[in-house]
Design a protein around this ligand. Sequence first.
Ligand SMILES: *[C@@H]1O[C@H](CO)[C@@H](O)[C@H](O)[C@H]1NC(C)=O
Ligand SMILES: *[C@@H]1O[C@H](CO)[C@@H](O)[C@H](O)[C@H]1NC(C)=O
Ligand SMILES: *[C@@H]1O[C@H](CO)[C@@H](O)[C@H](O)[C@H]1NC(C)=O
Ligand SMILES: *[C@@H]1O[C@H](CO)[C@@H](O)[C@H](O)[C@H]1NC(C)=O
Ligand SMILES: *[C@@H]1O[C@H](CO)[C@@H](O)[C@H](O)[C@H]1NC(C)=O
Ligand SMILES: *[C@@H]1O[C@H](CO)[C@@H](O)[C@H](O)[C@H]1NC(C)=O
Ligand SMILES: *[C@@H]1O[C@H](CO)[C@@H](O)[C@H](O)[C@H]1NC(C)=O
Ligand SMILES: *[C@@H]1O[C@H](CO)[C@@H](O)[C@H](O)[C@H]1NC(C)=O
Length: 611
Amino acid sequence: MMVFKVAIIALTAAVGCVQGQMSDEELQRLLSGLENRPTALEKRVPLMTDDPTVAPLIDQQLFAPPVVPTGGESCEVVLLEHSFGDGSYGVPAVVPYSPPSDPSCGEVGQWAAISLNLSVYSIGTQYDRFGSIYLSHVEIWHTSSAEPTKTGTIWNTIKDVTHFTPLFAQEGDLLMDFTNIISKDLLLDGVFDVTITATFYAPTSDFGTPATADFILPLSNLSPNTSNLFVLDSDEGGTTDVSLPANTTEAYIEVFCSGNSAEEFWYQNTPDEYLSYIPESTGLVGKGPFREVQVLVDGILAGVVWPFAVIYTGGITPSNWRPLTSYGAYDAPTYWIDATPFLPILLDDSTPHNITLQVRGQGTDGASINSNWFVSGSVHGRVGNGPTTGRMTVYLAEDAAELEVTGGASADNSTLSTKVVGKRHLKIESELQTAEGVIYVSFAQDLGYQNDGAYADDGWLQWTNQSTTGQTVSTHNGRTVLRDAFDYPLQVSSNYSLYELQYGGYGSEISQNYARAIQLPTGPYQSFYSTQHAKGWIGMDDWPGLRHAINGTGETTQEFAYIDGRGETYFRDAGAKNDGWTHDLVWGTLRDADPPVPDKQIFGPGGGPGF
Ligand SMILES: *[C@@H]1O[C@H](CO)[C@@H](O)[C@H](O)[C@H]1NC(C)=O
Ligand SMILES: *[C@@H]1O[C@H](CO)[C@@H](O)[C@H](O)[C@H]1NC(C)=O
Ligand SMILES: *[C@@H]1O[C@H](CO)[C@@H](O)[C@H](O)[C@H]1NC(C)=O
Ligand SMILES: *[C@@H]1O[C@H](CO)[C@@H](O)[C@H](O)[C@H]1NC(C)=O
Ligand SMILES: *[C@@H]1O[C@H](CO)[C@@H](O)[C@H](O)[C@H]1NC(C)=O
Ligand SMILES: *[C@@H]1O[C@H](CO)[C@@H](O)[C@H](O)[C@H]1NC(C)=O
Ligand SMILES: *[C@@H]1O[C@H](CO)[C@@H](O)[C@H](O)[C@H]1NC(C)=O
Ligand SMILES: *[C@@H]1O[C@H](CO)[C@@H](O)[C@H](O)[C@H]1NC(C)=O
């Protein structure tokens, strides 16, 4: 992807397969929910209109609405209102946070649920910008913006943040970074007007207070006035000193991560071994398409993340993503590992301790990644009635994933193909002595990866098929406390053959799935299935010059399914074309929590007024 804008075998023993893969039955439940659409909704006739002005345009990333009690008491608190405009580059909004005191919110720290509503309005022209939100220096939201319209665009995303209850129960600072640039010269005038509202729900007789963490520690740079995540552009990670209470019995780590700049399209970066087959002038980025986010305790690998590729609203072909974005654009998925097996190390008070988040890629010349990755996280701990001691009994974790890179070019170098195959088996076990008795902890990850790349026309044409699958399972005395089974297939074909022409252009066709069954230590079982197909073309002005998109086409369809452990469901079949919604059907028990876009936003199968 252009940016305009060795085998290692387990040490001591073969590691068995982790039992935890998403079962056919789990996937089938999601798929049959999508099949089983209500007939009443099918009869809804989309509003057809030749009026091109639906102002503001409702833009959305599909998400599963938070599950909250019904019929109980709740309260809404505005946490932040801020305009990110001129001067907001690298200058976050910071406001004090206090737990809500209104009795209808419920007792502080005893909430049944907390949800956040991130609402953004923008009018004008703007690129997609990255945003992140922190409470007491712990990242709670990894987001990005729409590319707004000149008649106004609004997007609301609701996120369940109940698992951050210990942070919401104490005084702190809320910090939001939404680095934006306003520039007459660049014709960028889209300001982001942000409102963040929190809703606190008191427990009810059939919806109690969930068992969240007892304490949460940030894995971040802790800055009082800049974005708190680590900006990583080399193999050097971001390290946070940590000190856990001596009575800690469980410690989980949540990780937020995203590739940006030369790493925005990491899944299309070319292996260094084959970069020289493409003329340098095409501007392909090297260091290969494989990325692993690593979590280290005192420099020892404790677990890894093989991330889902979030495509931002300006990603690959911007006209693909308005008004329906790619999955994760406004609320990026997060990842969990269980660091409990490291408690014997972390609780040894003879030395200080730290946790490092770092990213490993495939560069063969020094640093294995390009610039840059945005990474942060937090430790979610639980305590018992006395000090924890113990010992690690099994440690099977290589420093790097097992990777195999192959490829080859045609005789005249006119076509190139590359293949990267990766896998990893990791298993870490400990025996802990706690006031509550002996706890046997077993944490395992079993991950697979394949990326097939093809290139033609000096690299201006590129095809990528990537598959990332795996499962993470952790058990404490045989009880599953964490399970994450996922499958993230991605297919991208991009065509920049006419990019350098005056009034040239570029386009793409993208298919992406997100299938995930996750049992969090601090939340209910959840399963997700999203399948998206997008295709579009952007026409540009002069070359060289500002290279604005002057017209284009774009179309995205998406089916989204959610089922959780409480039996709540949410299904959606939506589509957008040429800057308007074509259809939007929503069903399931959570339908009303994020209903379809209003009828007047639906243009019908022909799509919107165009770009
Ligand atoms: C989210 O906030 C926006 C702006 O305050 C509001 O218009 C919208 O109704 C809210 N959505 C929900 C589901 O509360
Ligand atoms: C940001 O915080 C640092 C550390 O407290 C301080 O040195 C610096 O002056 C602050 N910068 C601004 C612009 O407030
Ligand atoms: C193809 O590219 C490779 C790598 O740069 C180079 O060694 C080889 O000579 C090239 N072959 C032709 C026919 O240009
Ligand atoms: C983290 O802890 C390890 C083990 O004590 C130590 O060797 C290392 O220097 C520490 N790293 C940082 C960046 O402080
Ligand atoms: C756990 O240790 C912390 C810190 O020492 C202490 O404040 C807390 O009361 C302890 N909790 C229990 C349940 O013993
Ligand atoms: C990607 O998969 C499609 C469908 O299976 C196939 O037609 C195409 O050749 C593959 N592309 C690459 C680069 O492997
Ligand atoms: C790339 O796009 C151009 C312009 O639309 C088109 O002529 C060409 O056939 C496309 N190439 C491929 C391989 O689709
Ligand atoms: C985009 O604009 C260019 C230059 O005016 C024109 O040649 C092209 O046909 C337009 N394309 C579309 C899809 O409107």
